[in-house]
Design a protein around this ligand. Structure first.
Ligand code: AGP
Length: 602
């Protein structure tokens, strides 16, 4: 994780670096720092501290200079401290680093610098190595150093003897570069640079960019010049404020009706599903005999909804993998296996590495990705973009609902191709799908009812969530949401499982959230609710309106859709529930402790 930025140009660097770091803070917010070249002192001056970029901003208003690098950290090697914050300087080389240098312990010994290091980080070794090889040619020095580093890295580098240039190199961890009127820029994500340029490029792996005021030159490790492909900057990235909402998470919850609508309507035409605009090779759908969904966290939960729908409508086996476990679990891959990777950021390293592994083993691949031109999107044979727009809050909301929506589309497409659905059935299916945005809108309009229910949870330390059938994977997502932003320990269970052990934990102080949207499971779920109620649990119910013949006080009535289409509105309601618990507890909803939005370490 970590966010890095670099600038050289005609304006003061400090303001540009701080502003960029604020938009990269989603990648980590344990500490932050900047290094700016100071002409009087003839060196890169570094200021860094634990805490947020706002804290750093207050400490750096005296920094002057037009060339600099910056970093916002998610700690891996070395605790959260001022000295472990980046930039790190060794000799005349200053660096900021995103990634993990896996051979740092060996390097420490072979370079004999144990007693000279000022931090406990792996990153400082990159500065040591580059400084060792620097002898007036920065490209040669970086190239030699990089050949000795193992692991993942994106580095931005400054040399005290080169006042106006920033250098950058990467392996796996992302770097984008662009030039604008005021100078040249590099960053971990284009979101930090979108306001400065109309086009940018992704730095190819194992190549070095020399970034000067006037131009950016890219070299391979043998110092040959290369010309990366330019990409147009997505204009939607240029305006990504909170629009008056207290937190991005609430803004993003409220954007879901339009995000889902955009995702669905561009791919449904006269009741048919089409991926024409996505340039998908439709052979992947007709050829596939089994599907492996690979993803992490929330994206993996969307995959579980996909599994339920695809298996029901297409009669194709779907296995959902935690990306971090995929390649170590001896997955069965053949030419007719379709791998579907799901990722909001498109940068999650576990998912990316799993995708590469599947491709090496001849799987066909589609990725469902939100961030355009991200690493997973580039690596995948086919990409379906969720049209959710930038998602800034660490807790994923609109990415999940749009990813889930895409799985319904894929199910419809395969079912049609495999003749599991006739024209009328397909028409009914897509027609129901198109009702989802309105159902989510209805929920958002009744947020006060959800708020009232969430207040019952404020003093709880633990919570359980129970549901059956497709309500269970929906609750896995709801439970993750509650945990990550409210710090309440929460577990979701398939209701029937509870009495096989976990019911021992139910007491009067354990709230149980019940989700009931499936007609065929109604009476069984009601029995399971009664079992926990009779052990004193406070039950908060999210229940489809038409099922509520005898509802208790603590009940939220979900809008009516056919049962199979209920997970998206159900989760939207439970996202708001978790949001209110977190904000009423006075927590930083958008930046929960210990987390980062983009997970680029394995
Ligand atoms: C969601 O709220 C989480 N922050 C997290 O589980 C996330 O979904 C996961 O890290 C995967 O990220 P990706 O979609 O960017 O790959």
């Amino acid at each position: 994780m970590c966010g890095i930025i670099g600038y050289t140009g005609y304006d003061e660097a400090r303001g540009i670096l701080i502003k960029g770091l604020k938009s990269l803070e989603y990648r980590g917010y344990d500490s932050a720092g900047i290094g700016v070249y100071n002409k009087e002192k003839k060196e890169c001056i570094i200021k860094k501290c634990t805490g947020r970029v706002n804290t750093l901003e207050k400490k750096t208003d005296d920094m002057r200079g037009t060339c600099g690098i910056g970093h916002t950290r998610w700690a891996t090697h070395g605790g959260v401290s001022d000295s472990n914050s980046h930039p790190h300087k060794f000799g005349e080389v200053s660096v900021v680093h995103n990634g993990i240098i896996e051979n740092c312990e060996t390097l420490k010994h072979t370079l004999g610098v144990e007693n000279e290091l000022k931090s406990d980080t792996d990153s400082e070794l990159a500065a040591v190595l580059i400084d060792k090889y620097y002898n007036s040619d920065p490209i040669v020095a970086i190239s030699k150093a990089v050949k000795e580093l193992s692991g993942t890295f994106a580095l931005a580098i400054m040399f005290d003897s080169i006042p106006d240039a920033v250098y950058t190199v990467r392996n796996v961890s992302p770097i984008v570069c662009c030039s604008g009127e005021n100078g040249s820029f590099i960053a971990s994500d284009i979101i930090a640079l979108a306001e400065y340029c109309n086009e940018y490029f992704v730095l190819p792996e194992f190549s070095i960019a020399e970034v000067t005021k006037e131009k950016i030159t890219v070299f391979d490790l043998d110092k040959n010049i290369i010309h990366p492909q330019m990409i147009k900057t997505d204009s939607v990235l240029k305006s990504s404020g909170k629009d008056g909402y207290p937190f991005y998470m609430e803004k993003e919850i409220c954007e879901q009706p339009s995000a889902i609508k955009n995702t669905l309507e561009s791919r449904i035409s006269n009741g048919q599903v089409t991926f024409k605009n996505d340039n998908i090779d439709e052979a992947v759908f007709s050829k596939c005999k089994c599907i492996s969904v690979i993803a992490c966290g929330t994206a993996m939960h969307a995959g579980l909804i996909g599994k339920n729908i695809i298996e029901k409508y297409c009669r194709i086996p779907v296995t959902v993998y935690n990306a971090s476990e995929y390649m170590y679990s001896s997955p069965i891959i053949s030419n007719d296996t379709l791998v579907i990777c799901v990722s909001q950021s498109g940068e999650t390293i576990d998912t990316l590495e799993a995708l590469k592994y599947a491709k090496r083993n001849n799987a066909m691949s589609i990725s469902i990705v939100n961030v355009r031109n991200s690493s997973i999107a580039r690596e995948s044979d086919n990409v379906i973009y969720t049209d959710a727009g930038p998602e800034i809050a660490v807790a994923s909301t609109k990415a999940y609902t749009t990813q889930s929506a895409i799985f319904y589309l894929i199910a419809a497409k395969i079912a049609k191709i495999n003749k599991q659905m006739n024209e009328n059935e397909l028409f009914d299916f897509t027609n129901e799908l198109l009702k989802i945005p309105q159902s989510v809108e209805d929920i958002i309009n009744r947020k006060n009812e959800i708020h009232a229910l969430s207040s019952l949870m404020l003093s709880s330390e633990h919570a359980f969530m129970i549901g059956r059938g497709i309500d269970f994977p929906a609750l896995l997502e709801a439970s993750l949401k509650l945990k990550e932003i409210s710090y309440i320990h929460s577990e979701a269970f398939a209701s029937g499982e509870l009495k096989h052990g976990t019911i021992a934990l139910i007491t009067e102080s354990t709230p149980v959230i019940s989700l009931l949207t499936q007609e065929k499971l109604k009476s069984k779920q009601i029995s399971n609710v009664k079992e926990v109620q009779s052990r004193g649990a406070l039950v908060i119910s999210f229940i489809k309106k038409s099922f509520c013949d005898n509802c208790t006080d603590n009940c939220f009535l979900l809008p009516e859709l056919k049962d199979d289409f209920m997970p998206i509105p159900s989760v939207a309601a439970l996202q708001y529930f978790a949001y209110f618990v977190s904000s009423d507890k006075g927590l930083d909803v958008d930046k929960p402790r210990n987390l980062a939005k983009v997970v680029t370490v394995e």
